[in-house]
Design a protein around this ligand. Structure first.
Ligand SMILES: NC(=O)c1ccc[n+]([C@@H]2O[C@H](COP(=O)([O-])OP(=O)(O)OC[C@H]3O[C@@H](n4cnc5c(N)ncnc54)[C@H](OP(=O)(O)O)[C@@H]3O)[C@@H](O)[C@H]2O)c1
Length: 234
């Protein structure tokens, strides 16, 4: 029986929910922080804490006394031409992607330090390493997440590891506007060297690895899970 405790911020759908399903399958206890919980009904080992990371204080007393892994999944895909990009949108993207992660880490830190070993995973995007048009706001916010990953990994070593997964387009509720027709899906798949878009479990599998002991000698890394988008030209 796995006695470990994990906290998944944004585990109610998409990549976070796939990660929750993987962790509960090992027998771990999982606390999910999100605004909704419909897809968590009936999942054994899951405790839901309702909170909006943009508005609510994330309080340590909602969380387990010992945390072996923390994943921060909330994110945005606001694709806007630069002439229409408002400061409010950029600030909201920064708050959701970067400040929210810091808030959740701060609330979790005492319990992460109480665990024998602990690991945090955040999510960037392929749009940080690849220049993609209209991605200015999300690329800037996720660039901050990559900087946070390395800085926090240095500050929190050796007890707590911090890593980041940088996906390309993945079939989740967040990406539905980009995948709203068969033609769009086929065009997006074609852009990737591996000729398909990601599914939530492609990304959750790496996040689970980074949150658990088999990755015990990995910290401060940004790992592309992107069908070859960030590295190949074929
Ligand atoms: N999908 C992609 O194509 C793609 C590509 C590159 C990077 N990523 C990154 O991968 C990560 C996961 O993406 P995803 O596609 O799984 O996203 P998603 O389908 O939108 O899921 C996001 C999760 O975060 C929660 N959440 C969102 N805003 C929140 C808030 N203000 N307070 C509390 N919880 C909040 C949502 O739950 P509630 O709605 O219940 O609150 C949900 O559980 C994100 O950081 C995203 O930027 C995704």
């Amino acid at each position: 029986m796995n006695q470990n405790n994990y906290v998944i911020v944004g585990g109610s759908h998409g990549i976070g929910l796939a990660l929750v399903n993987r962790l509960v399958a090992t027998g771990a206890a999982v606390t999910v922080i999100s605004r909704t919980s419909d897809h968590l009904t009936g999942l054994t080992g899951v405790t839901h804490v309702q909170a909006d990371v943009m508005q609510d204080e994330i309080r340590s007393e909602y969380l387990p006394d010992s945390i072996n892994g923390l994943a921060y999944c909330p994110g945005s895909i606001n694709l806007l031409p630069i002439r229409g990009l408002k400061p409010e949108v950029m600030i909201a993207d920064f708050q959701l992607n970067a400040v929210g992660a810091v808030k959740c880490l701060q609330a979790s830190l005492p319990a992460m330090k109480a665990a024998e070993a602990s690991s945090m995973v955040m999510f960037s995007t392929v749009a940080v390493s690849q220049g993609l048009p209209m991605h200015a706001s999300v690329a800037a916010a996720k660039g901050a997440v990559e900087g946070l990953t390395r800085s926090l990994a240095a500050e929190l070593a050796p007890g707590i590891r911090v890593n980041c997964v940088a996906p390309s387009l993945t079939d989740t509720p967040l990406a539905q506007r980009l995948l709203s027709s068969d033609q769009k899906r086929a065009a997006m798949a074609e852009r990737h060297p591996l000729k398909r878009i990601g599914d939530a479990d492609d990304i959750a599998a790496i996040a689970e690895f980074l949150m658990t002991d088999p990755s015990g000698w990995i910290t401060g890394q940004v790992i592309g899970v992107d069908g070859g988008m960030s590295t190949l030209r074929i």
